[in-house]
Design a protein around this ligand. Sequence first.
Ligand SMILES: *Cc1c(COP(=O)(O)O)cnc(C)c1O
Length: 453
Amino acid sequence: MMTLRNLPSVEQILQTKTAAHLIARFGRPLTLDAIRFVLDETRARFKSGGLTALPLTDLILAQTESSLTAWTKPTLVQVINASGVILHTNLGRAPMSNAAIHAMDVVSRGYSTLEYDLEKGQRGSRLIHAESLLQKLTGAESAVIVNNNAAAVLLVLSALANKKRVVISRSQLVEIGGGFRVPDVMKQSGAKLVEVGTTNKVHISDYEEALIEAAGLVMHAHRSNFKLVGFTEEPELKDIVTAAHGFEVPVVDDLGSGALYDTAKYGLTHEPTVQESMQAGVDIVCFSGDKLLGGPQAGIIIGRADLIAKIKKHPLARAVRADKACLAGLSATLLHYLKDEAEREVPIVRMMSLTLKQVRGRAEAWAAELGQGEVVAGESTVGGGSLPGESMPTFLLSLEVRSAEKFLHGLRKNNPPVIARTENDKVLLDPRTVLPEQEGALLVGIKNVIREL
Ligand SMILES: *Cc1c(COP(=O)(O)O)cnc(C)c1O
């Protein structure tokens, strides 16, 4: 009769060649953990009657390898975005330019001048990186970079309006994705929220009335992911600025997306630009690095030198500061704009600037390569809380499949996984968001799924 004593011991398993290979691949401690894990499981199943025979060493090793593979499998991996959503929040927003990636690689690999002044040979400040580029691009006096725009808003409010009244239009008390609610951030910063106007109508007199009592800031926030339509009215930013400055209260504009270019150029609605906010006389503007700017995740705060100096000194600034890779990638991205080469170099700008003819050409080439599929007119979207409800015409490869759900699942199992969408039981793939260097892998992936299903 078989008893648990027949089960090979850890030592016996370790003697095998296969175990040596596993140790070479996964390291000794983890391999030992996995062997013990498999043996424990086997004992438990044997005792509970779930096993009629004890497994041989080979099977135990095979199970050990599966455990090791599962335990070490990365969860954050590259995917091919064929969804047509340019700034897909769930897929990591903006892919970065080669120069930005290179700059991040260089500073990550070795030491850098992060906080070192080469001229003086002594300690410098990380706050100078990207600052002069932002000054040139936007005309701002000063800048500070933090981890993301949510942190930027929290920091600005904490540094400039703690225990003070902050006047904001009721129509801008929004929640953007990921639970970021303007009123909650305000509460967290210690600012006292003063709502003016109604949900749909706000007048400049609403601001003026609220400003009679002393206030720390007037805040203007981009509505980001929704649109106000119908019987609505809001004063222009420059008029809000004039009103606020009349009471000597600074204005902060949370722009969100932070476009440095006019999106109308690409057939989209005009998204307020950073330069326009500055021209309207806003004192502080904050925006994201990885939305319409197309750089790394970052929160960019620009504006009046005296206010930025206060922001830099606040204890939270240290807690939310940007790291060296971010500063390197952001500087390289900003340089593309300064050199007027963003359309060629920044992937998301390139995607927006693709002509219909170019997109159609790629979809047709895919159909030809696959020997199936139809090229149909469709829509790409910007996403990422930018340009709500806005889409741009595109051409899609439409595949007629037996089960769209199964096909999409098959595509997600590809290496790298492919993210597509379905409509009316068809699988739709948008060339606009597929990076040119990923096309080969995409087509292989599609062919595999066609063969399997
Ligand atoms: C996206 C967005 C934020 C948050 O920016 P993150 O960089 O995602 O932290 C804040 N405010 C507005 C208006 C936004 O659109």
